[in-house]
Design a protein around this ligand. Structure first.
Ligand code: PLP
Length: 829
């Protein structure tokens, strides 16, 4: 719903403004990468952690954006340099955004459902959508947009045609909910599971609950689980003090529940749920068996009761609930394709997000989009597909495939793309796609549910067994930023992507790092770097283990070799001379105590002499490596290494007559030895989510999750044994699950016989017996589990650190040992 710039200057208080003309604004932008329609966009230059929104204003202006909300301290030359731009100048850009959207919210008088809680918010939101979208035109938060920025961006999507709104809100510290309340102003509230920990930024569970309840100060109804005693007490106090008219719809086994849970029964893949309310009995089945899903489904049921949904329609709807995939997935495809699967929701905003991700993938030069009809956008079809075609205009697509009758009718808008194909149905595509000969392409799949694009992705994907390593690309970015914040201004970042980025991936990780603007990459061997170059990674790359046989490849692929001995230096100079190459960039490795590779202090005079006499190389950097930067008991030795390094580097600089980049700090040194950051740091294990310092470890997000599945469950009787060599003699009836991972996948054999544990439906189950090559048996006695269930080997819990400890090794070895047979799948929220 559009609003004029003049109106915006009225709505946002405490401002000054600079207006050249009156623009009609339709889109709010906080992340410059998500720009859709420049002419009707207003950009909020938020002050972020590592990037200031203000630094994107000029670029956005040149892309056609004409309206900006900026902080007061901006330089007035902006007004002269960007003559067509309109500015709102405010104290606090975030508050301005929130104020504008609060005004927007107040235009609507439809039921608004507000969801908060610690777990399950997004699922409940999406399930409510699945249950209610037949009856209502619904607007809801995209993905899990529930933050101080995400909430206003979600609520802004409300428009005149909507009949019901569903928004989630998440807070991480006190005082945040008070800001979100007026923006959502829900009439129906839901508190999902509160969890048991008060982690986050709260001092107690009680404080956390009270903060979250503040979302409901104006609500008419509140849904929550009465069996959570603390929550129940706090809701009662909240009603008394803040909202006397609030009607609570509680559920649970407690006698006093509005909706009483009589029974749940799990069989195979479903749970049947029996409830009573207002003297009615209700039975339904959900296609899930975990307790969280049961709780979420009942919360949804309570909302159906509030909305007076016809009781007879409930059971069939519940039976069709589907799991939620909110993340983008990147997988290897057949015929050297990459497949990006975005089956979340098919709307124009989330399409823009996936296009941005597609643009980052340069491992294959050809980019292809497969898009279905977009349903329920509220925009007229011809206008919608015209908009989509214009968004695609600058994306250099090789191929566009439209599936659905609507998009096919609007095929003419896509003429400017070289290869276009349209199919009326997914079946049509599946019967004919072989003719397209898809190969060497990055293929983005984006389809509305109804089009069942999962059938297309399973055709195009490489098939591998069910054990997979999931890599969260958002966590990679998050962790990079954790260290960037610790780095002094101006300190460069080299990221170690050796050994397939510590087991997590090749170009997939390098693409993210290139996009995030790191300065250097480093690998152990030239072959690793060549793979990255072949995937269009242009960042400078250092090769640590320089080999004579690799010289020509190093030069051919513009790689920068680590030179660690007089011998290798002389050979490299001879090679360059023969090719008549001058000033080739090299890294000098200095040995200050590791005694692995590098020049000793006694080599320096000879080294200087050689370097002074040649112009075939140019020293871009000298560095050394700390042997125990994570260990307090060796801090004296670390200091000694640093002093020796600086001394040797100074001698080199003196002899050469120029300076170069100096670095010694690996991940754990970045925080523990900030004075050793010098010109650059070399980030390794920290990027992948592990740091020796607990204070930093806490801030890191887990990157890799190793998952497998149960192939069979059986009961083993006392006196029997499990696995090779009869190592595990069973004492009592034991429930054993065989899972699809063994030492050939990188699950160490040392973890056999109870040493290792895996997470089975939220419970840790010990390994029973010896680990086999391709399989492992778990003792799951007392754990509710079914064949086919997913098992977490490591991830959020147990962590890769836990697993390393159990195997008496370090997380580096666990990560890098996961075999290539284990499929890597990349996710992005
Ligand atoms: C692997 C490596 C690093 C990174 O070490 P982390 O402990 O993973 O941060 C840094 N420098 C060199 C020379 C390395 O080989």
């Amino acid at each position: 719903m559009a609003i004029t710039f003049s109106k915006i200057t009225n709505v946002i208080t405490n401002t000054s403004f600079h207006q050249v003309n009156d623009v009609l604004v339709d889109y709010l932008l906080t992340d410059s990468r998500k720009l859709l329609i420049p002419s009707s966009t207003i950009f909020f230059a938020l002050e972020g952690n590592n990037r200031q929104g203000i630094s994107f204003v000029t670029t956005l202006y040149h892309k056609g954006v004409r309206c900006f909300v900026v902080p007061q301290n901006i330089n007035s030359h902006f007004f002269d340099d960007l003559p067509q731009a309109n500015f709102v100048i405010v104290n606090n850009v975030l508050h301005a955004l929130q104020q504008l959207v609060t005004h927007h919210r107040n235009q609507f008088n439809i039921p608004v459902i507000g969801i908060t809680g610690s777990n399950g918010k997004t699922i409940v939101k999406e399930w409510l959508y699945q249950l209610l979208h037949y009856q209502y035109k619904i607007v809801r938060s995209p993905k899990s947009y529930n933050s101080q920025i995400g909430v206003p961006l979600s609520v802004w999507k409300m428009n005149a045609a909507d009949e019901l709104a569903i928004f989630e809100s998440g807070i991480s510290q006190p005082n945040e909910m008070a800001l979100l309340q007026p923006i959502i102003n829900p009439s129906i509230g839901i508190v999902t599971s509160m969890g048991s920990a008060h982690n986050e930024g709260f001092t107690s569970m009680q404080q956390k609950i009270n903060e979250k309840l503040l979302l409901f100060t104006q609500a008419k109804f509140l849904v929550y689980n009465i069996d959570d005693v603390l929550l129940h007490d706090e809701v009662n106090k909240f009603k008394e003090e803040k909202n006397k008219d609030l009607k609570t719809i509680t559920w649970g086994v407690n006698e006093n529940a509005t909706i009483k849970l009589i029974n749940t029964e799990k069989k195979n893949d479903v749970t049947s749920i029996e409830l009573t309310y207002y003297n009615n009995n209700v039975n339904f089945i959900i296609p899930f068996t975990d307790n969280a899903s049961v709780a979420n489904a009942i919360s949804c049921f309570c909302v159906l009761v509030i909305l007076k949904v016809d009781a007879a329609s409930v059971a069939p709807l519940m039976e069709q609930l589907r799991p939620i995939e909110m993340r983008l997935q990147l997988k290897k495809g057949l015929h050297n394709c990459s497949i990006i699967n975005d089956s979340y929701s098919a709307d124009i905003e989330s399409f823009a997000i996936s296009l941005d991700f597609l643009a980052q993938q340069n491992q294959q030069a050809k980019h292809t989009v497969i898009l279905s009809d977009l349903l329920q956008t509220g925009v007229e079809a011809s206008l919608l597909y015209q908009q989509i075609a214009s968004i695609l205009q600058n994306k250099h697509l090789y191929r566009f495939i439209g599936i659905g009758t609507q998009i096919s009718e609007n095929a003419s808008f896509f003429k400017q793309i070289d290869h276009i194909h349209f199919y009326a149905t997914t079946n049509d595509f599946i019967s004919n796609y072989q003719e397209l000969q898809l190969q060497n392409e990055v293929i983005l799949l984006k389809g509305a549910r109804k089009f069942q694009f999962e059938r297309i992705s399973s055709l195009l994907e490489e098939k591998v067994h069910e054990t997979q390593l999931e890599i969260n690309l958002n966590s990679i970015r998050h962790n990079l930023n954790v260290y960037r914040k610790l780095q002094a201004p101006g300190v460069k970042t080299m990221v170690m992507v050796k050994a397939f980025s510590y087991g997590t991936g090749g170009f997939e990780i390098a693409n993210v790092l290139q996009h995030a603007g790191v300065d250097y990459l480093a690998v152990a061997y030239a072959d690793e770097a060549i793979e990255l170059r072949n995937a269009s990674i242009q960042l400078p790359i250092m090769i640590m283990n320089t080999e004579v046989a690799g010289f020509s490849k190093i030069v051919q692929y513009h790689l920068e070799p680590e030179i660690y001995s007089i011998n290798i230096l002389q050979k490299f100079i001879a090679f360059l001379n023969e090719k008549q190459i001058k000033h080739y960039p090299i890294f000098i490795k200095l040995d200050t105590g590791m005694h692995r590779l590098g020049f000793d202090e006694s080599d320096i005079p000879t080294l200087c002499n050689i370097l002074k006499k040649t112009n075939s190389v140019k020293v871009v950097s000298a560095f050394s490596h700390l042997v125990a930067s994570d260990a307090a008991q060796h801090d004296d030795f670390t200091a000694h290494q640093a002093t020796l390094f600086l001394k040797m580097a100074a001698l080199l600089e003196q002899a050469l007559g120029y300076t170069f980049i100096k670095h010694i700090a690996n991940s754990s040194a970045i925080y523990r030895h900030p004075t050793l950051q010098y010109d650059m740091v070399r980030l390794g294990i920290g990027l992948y989510g592990v740091d020796a310092t607990p204070f930093i470890q806490q801030q890191l997000a887990p990157v890799a999750t190793l998952k497998t599945t149960i192939s069979q469950i059986k009961w083993v009787k006392p006196g029997e044994s499990v696995g090779y060599n009869r190592n595990a003699m069973v004492q009592q009836n034991t429930k054993v699950a065989t899972v699809r991972i063994g030492y050939a996948d990188g699950y160490p054999r040392l973890l056999g016989n109870g040493n290792g544990k895996m997470l089975v439906n939220d419970m840790l189950a010990p390994v029973i017996g010896n680990i086999c090559m391709d399989m492992t048996m778990l003792d799951i006695t007392g754990i509710d589990a079914n064949e086919g269930d997913e098992i977490i080997v490591f991830g959020e819990q147990p962590t890769v650190n836990n697993m390393a400890t159990w195997a008496t090794t370090i997380p580096y070895e666990i990560l890098t040992n996961i075999s290539q047979r284990v499929k890597r799948v990349y996710f992005e929220d």
